[in-house]
Write a protein that binds this ligand. Structure first.
Ligand SMILES: [Zn+2]
Length: 92
């Protein structure tokens, strides 16, 4: 899953195929093009979370919530490098 992170308002929105998604302040937008590359505005960065690992965390929490105060399941976020093979930041 890829998420748009606005550097201005710190909003995070889920990106969609060929459909521009905007942050709350309207400074940033992004979408997937037909090849799956993320196109996004210069005021943003793209966050990537493994769907498989996130699914494991979600299902694990539902199956075994653990005792009160337990740390819970976690996963990491990868920040896409600017203008990588997975994403193109406009205005750069
Ligand atoms: Zn914003």
């Amino acid at each position: 899953m890829r998420l748009l992170y606005c550097l201005e308002c710190h909003d995070v929105v889920k990106l969609k195929l060929l459909d521009k998604e905007w942050c709350e302040c309207g400074c940033s937008y992004g979408y997937f093009d037909a090849t799956g590359v993320t196109i996004y505005s210069a005021e943003a960065l793209v966050l990537e979370i493994s769907n498989t690992i996130l699914d494991t965390c979600l299902k694990g929490t539902l199956r075994r919530p653990g005792p009160a105060g337990a740390p819970g399941y976690s996963t990491s976020v990868h920040v896409l490098p600017i203008n990588s093979s997975k994403g193109r930041r406009l205005g750069q």
